[in-house]
Design a protein. Structure first.
Length: 329
């Protein structure tokens, strides 16, 4: 064989070997690149999978939390029952400033107002004496939801404050769904009154917060007081149009009030503090109504106490108010 040819073959083989080695090296390099790319892709997929699992766990935790809250609400509902109540007008203790203002209306204000704009003075009934502890008794029957009771309490409270001392008065509002809604007022529920001249019974028969469409019972009048209410809050003592109205007030068995002394409209939009403050101003519409009513009630009380105390009963305002009392033959 030609050596030259064999040499060429050997050289060609060497070249092919070199080419193959280069090819193999190139293949190895490409494989390494593919491996690294695959690793990065797998790492990314692993990260995405972890993120997906994390989101699932967050979602599951949120759902469990919601279920727990719903479960608690269901338990509370079952424990509380199906009754629904409105607590927006709950009765609370009267602030000291309000109680003090009721007890310190200036005598000059009472005298300047007289009967004021009071439009429903007590009517003479001449019944058996109503007493307690040897003193004439004043009976009030009303309800916290009642807007006319809301007005009357301002006159009643200030009138009685001239004869004694109040404790534990409440502040509240009339019903939000009745006429004259949300009339600011006081409450006699839980209150006490002490006096050397008269005794007082305040009966708030019902709350101002509806539960299942009705007002819950608060105070129960005695059988004797119920009998007085049934007798005098009906004809012939009142017209059939206003029979069984509240508030009802019996003053010593001699005088009776059915309904409010004045229109509750004058109190609309005020707070109890604003009303209490206005009572001292003889030019205010509130004072003319509430203090006018208080003077008229005071005149009726003085009639059953024998004009005691004289420091109250002989004042110009009370004497002027006595002239409007309704006397029956």
């Amino acid at each position: 064989m030609d050596l030259t040819f064999r040499g060429k073959q050997q050289m060609s083989a060497a070249k092919r070997g070199a080419v193959e080695v280069a090819a193999i090296g190139a293949g190895v390099g490409k494989a390494a690149v593919r491996d690294k790319r695959a690793e990065r892709i797998q790492a990314l997929r692993d990260q995405q999978a972890r993120e997906a699992r994390r989101k699932v766990m967050i979602s599951v935790t949120a759902v469990v939390a919601v279920i727990a809250v719903v479960a608690v609400l269901v338990v509370v509902k079952l424990v509380a029952g199906s009754s629904t109540a409105t607590n927006a007008h709950a009765t609370v203790p009267a602030p000291a400033a309000v109680s003090n203002a009721l007890a310190t209306v200036p005598a000059a204000t009472y005298d300047a107002i007289g009967s004021g704009t009071s439009s429903n003075p007590p009517t003479y009934i001449n019944g058996p004496a109503l007493t307690a502890g040897g003193k004439p008794r004043v009976l009030y029957v009303g309800a916290e939801y009642c807007p006319f009771c809301a007005a009357e309490r301002w006159a009643m409270t200030t009138a009685l404050a001239r004869f004694g001392t109040w404790k534990n008065l409440g502040v509240t509002w009339s019903s939000s769904t009745d006429v004259h809604p949300n009339t600011p007022t006081l409450s006699f529920h839980g209150a006490t009154f002490t006096s050397p001249y008269i005794s007082f019974t305040g009966v708030e028969t019902q709350s101002n917060q509806q539960v299942n469409g009705s007002y819950p019972q608060l105070d129960n009048p005695s059988a004797a007081d119920t009998a007085l209410l049934n007798k005098y809050d009906n004809p012939p003592y009142v017209s059939s149009q206003v029979a069984n109205s509240i508030p009802f007030v019996d003053i010593g068995g001699k005088w009776m009030i059915s309904g409010a002394d004045f229109d509750p409209t004058v109190l609309a939009g005020k707070t109890q503090a604003q009303i209490a403050s206005a009572l001292a101003d003889p030019t205010s519409a509130i004072a003319k109504a509430a203090i006018g009513g208080a003077n008229v009630i005071t005149a009726a009380i003085c009639d059953v106490t024998g004009n005691s105390p004289a420091s109250v009963c002989n004042t110009a305002g009370v004497k002027a108010a006595a002239k409007v009392l309704k006397k029956k033959g």
